[in-house]
Ligand binder design. Structure first.
Ligand SMILES: Nc1ncnc2c1ncn2[C@@H]1O[C@H](COP(=O)(O)OP(=O)(O)O)[C@@H](O)[C@H]1O
Ligand code: SF4
Ligand SMILES: [Mg+2]
Length: 315
C-alpha cells in the first residue's frame, strides 16, 4: 500500500528578469518528480541545500501547490483539478520543521501549542489528550512541561514537543524537514530514536528530509536521492548503503560529516543554482564519469534491480 504517490510533479518559481536567451527566468525547484512512498515506512529524501527537498515536503503537506503533476495521499488526490486542496486528505499529514526555536509561538504554553492541530480541525480534547501526546515523545512527567513557555525548554525538548504536536491528531503521515540539523550533536541521536519509536509504535509513515546521508541511513527504510529538482537514485537502505550507484550518491557518502562531528555543514558546499537551464544530466558538470551523451540527454530513472532505481547513463 502506498501512503504517498507523486506523479511527474513540477514546481517552478518565477524570478525577475530574463536569461541570456531572452527567456523569463524561473527556478525549477522540482522538475518532474515521480515518487511512491510505502505505508508505515521511514522514507528519507536526501540532497544538498537547494536540491528541492523542502519543496517536496511543502507539496506533500499542502503548503505549496505544484505547478503541475499529481499528489495522492492514501490513494486520494490532495489537490483537485483546479488546484484546490482537499482538507480532509490534508488532515492525515503533519509536518515538523527544521527550526524548533521558531516553530512555537513564544507566548503560548506548550500545552496550548501542542493542542493547536486539534483546535484547527475542531476536534474535542482534554488535558489527558495533551498529556498522553507529551508522554509518547518522552516529555515526562507531562505536567512538568504543559505550563511551560517554549523558551523554558531545551532545543531537543522543543523538537520533541513539535513531534507531540504532530502526533496529537494521529496523522497517518509525518513529514520532518531536517528535524535534527539545528540540534546539538549530543541530542540528535535521541530525536532520531524518537522518530523510530513513533514509527514502530503507531505505524505512521515518516518522510525524513535531510542533507546528511549517514543520518538518514541510521533510521530510514528507503531513500530517495534528489539533485536539482530531479530524483537521481532510489532504493532500500541496504541497496543505497551497500551499493550506491549514482555518482552523486557516491559523492554524498564521501563528503558527509559524521553524526558526532560538531555542526552539520552542507555536505559538499556546492553552489546549486536551479535557475540555470541544464541540457542533459544536471550533475554532468560535477561528475568525474561524465561522457558526451551526459551533456546532451537527460538520463531516465530506471530500475536496475528490484526496487533500486537510478538515473545515470552508466547503467
Ligand atoms: N518561494 C520560492 N521562490 C523562489 N525560489 C524558491 C522558493 N522556494 C524555493 N526556491 C528555490 O527552489 C530551489 C529548491 O529549494 P528547496 O526546496 O528549499 O531546497 P532544499 O530544501 O533542498 O534546500 C532552490 O533553488 C530555492 O532557492
Ligand atoms: S549521467 Fe553521466 S554525468 Fe550524469 S551522473 Fe551519470 S555519468 Fe555522471
Ligand atoms: Mg530545505
Amino acid at each position: 500500500m502506498l501512503a504517498i504517490e507523486l506523479i511527474d510533479v513540477k514546481k517552478y518559481f518565477p524570478l525577475r528578469g530574463r536569461d541570456k536567451d531572452g527567456e523569463k527566468r524561473i527556478v525549477r525547484a522540482l522538475d518532474g518528480v515521480s515518487l511512491s512512498i510505502e505505508k508505515g515506512k521511514i522514507h528519507a529524501i536526501i540532497g544538498e541545500t537547494g536540491s528541492g527537498k523542502t519543496t517536496v515536503a511543502r507539496i506533500i503537506t499542502g503548503l505549496t501547490e505544484p505547478t503541475s503533476g499529481s499528489v495522492k495521499i492514501d490513494g486520494k488526490p490532495l489537490y483537485s483539478a483546479s488546484g484546490k486542496i482537499n482538507l480532509e486528505v490534508r488532515k492525515s499529514i503533519q509536518m515538523v520543521f527544521q527550526d524548533p526555536y521558531s516553530s512555537f509561538n513564544p507566548k503560548f504554553t506548550i500545552a496550548r501549542s501542542v493542542s493547536e492541530p486539534l483546535r484547527l480541525h475542531h476536534i474535542k480534547f482534554d488535558m489527558e489528550t495533551i498529556s498522553s501526546a507529551l508522554e509518547r515523545v518522552n516529555l515526562t512527567p507531562p505536567e512538568d512541561f504543559m505550563a511551560r513557555l517554549p523558551h523554558e525548554l531545551s532545543g531537543g525538548q522543543k523538537q520533541r514537543a513539535a513531534f507531540a504536536r504532530a502526533i496529537i491528531i494521529n496523522p497517518s503521515i509525518i513529514v520532518a524537514d531536517e528535524p535534527v540539523s539545528m540540534l546539538d550533536a549530543s541530542i540528535r541521536a535521541n530525536v532520531l530514536k524518537l522518530i523510530r519509536e513513533l514509527n514502530r509504535n503507531s505505524s505512521t509513515t515518516f518522510i525524513l528530509i535531510s542533507h546528511d546521508i549517514s543520518m538518514a541511513l541510521m533510521i530510514s527504510d528507503n531513500l530517495t536521492v534528489i539533485y536539482l529538482g530531479k530524483i537521481k537514485e532510489q532504493g532500500s537502505r541496504d541497496q543505497i548503503r551497500n551499493n550506491p550507484l549514482h555518482p552523486y550518491s557516491q559523492l554524498l557518502f564521501e563528503t558527509v560529516p559524521t553524526l558526532d562531528s560538531g555542526g552539520i555543514p552542507d555536505v559538499t558546499y556546492a553552489d546549486i543554482d536551479a535557475s540555470v537551464r541544464v541540457h542533459g544530466c544536471s550533475f554532468a558538470d560535477r561528475c568525474k564519469f561524465a561522457k558526451s551523451i551526459c551533456f546532451e540527454t537527460d538520463p531516465e530513472l530506471k530500475e536496475v534491480e528490484q526496487g533500486h532505481l537510478v538515473a545515470c547513463h552508466l547503467y
